[in-house]
Design a protein around this ligand. Sequence first.
Ligand SMILES: Cc1cc2nc3c(=O)[nH]c(=O)nc-3n(C[C@H](O)[C@H](O)[C@H](O)COP(=O)(O)O)c2cc1C
Ligand code: SF4
Ligand code: SF4
Length: 251
Amino acid sequence: MILYFSGTGNSRYVAERLGVMLDLPVVPVTDYKDSKIDASGRPVGIVCPVYFWGIPTLISEFIKKTEFQNFEKIFSVCTYGEGAGNASRMLEKEFLRKGITVTHQLEIRMPDNYVLFYKVPPKDEQMRMLNEADNYIERIPGLLAENAHKEKRSLIAPAVSAIGYPWYKYGRRTKRFRVTDECTGCSVCEAACQMNIIKMKDGRPHWTENRCERCLACVHRCPGAAIQIGRSLKHGRYLNPNIEQWQRGSL
Ligand SMILES: Cc1cc2nc3c(=O)[nH]c(=O)nc-3n(C[C@H](O)[C@H](O)[C@H](O)COP(=O)(O)O)c2cc1C
Ligand code: SF4
Ligand code: SF4
C-alpha cells in the first residue's frame, strides 16, 4: 500500500506512478481511517512533501497512531523544492519509535510550492524539473530491490531542521490567510482543504481552526488566486500538471 499526503500534486503524482509501477493500492493518508495496516506481505510506502526541512505534522501523527503489520518493507519518498534537510530522518525516527526500520528513504526534487518565500519556477523550468523527477521515479523499483537506500544528507541538515522546523510545528496560523475581492465564492478552497477546516459563509471562505497543515492547497487551487498569505501575491501559483483532475478544478 502507498499512503500519501499532497497539497499541490507533486507527492500525489509520485504516489500514483509508484502505485502503477509496483502494483500497490494508493490511498491518501487523510482517507485512511483504520487504526492498523495489514500489508499482506507487500511493501508499504509513505509519500509526502518536505515542510521546513521536516515532514507534515499529520504524517508524524499518522505513523504514531497506526499499527503496521505483515509488511515486506517500509519505504519513504519525500518530495521537496530547494532542500529536503532532515525530513527522511524525521520520518525514519517516527517509525524507529515503533521498532520499525525504514529501509529505503528516497527524495525527489520537484517544483517548490512554498510561495510565502519563493516564486513558482517558470513553466520550462518546471518541465525540466518534472522530467528529472520522472527519471528518478523510473529508478525507484530498482532501488527498492536493493537491501537499503538512503539519500546523502548534508552535515548541517539536522541543525537547519532543528532551527527551522519549530517555526512550522508551532506556527501554521490560519489567521494569516487573507481573501481578496477577486473571490467569486466558488468554494473550490473548501473542497480542496483535506483537513476540512474551510467553510463557506456568506459566499466567502472562513477558517474554522486556528492552525492548519499549511499544505497551501487552498492558496494554489483558488481559480482567481484570491487567497493570499505572506508574499504569495507576487510569487505565482502551482499545481502539478500531471494531476489533471486538479487542473480542471475537481478533486
Ligand atoms: C509549508 C511548506 C514548507 C515547505 N518547506 C520546504 C523545505 O523546507 N524544503 C524544500 O525543499 N521544500 C519545501 N517546501 C516545498 C515542497 O516540499 C515541495 O514543493 C513539494 O514537492 C510539494 O509537494 P505537494 O505538491 O505534494 O504538496 C515547502 C512547502 C510548504 C507548503
Ligand atoms: S477558491 Fe478562491 S474564489 Fe473560490 S471561494 Fe475560495 S477564495 Fe473564493
Ligand atoms: S487551510 Fe489551506 S493550507 Fe491549511 S490545510 Fe486547508 S488547504 Fe491546506
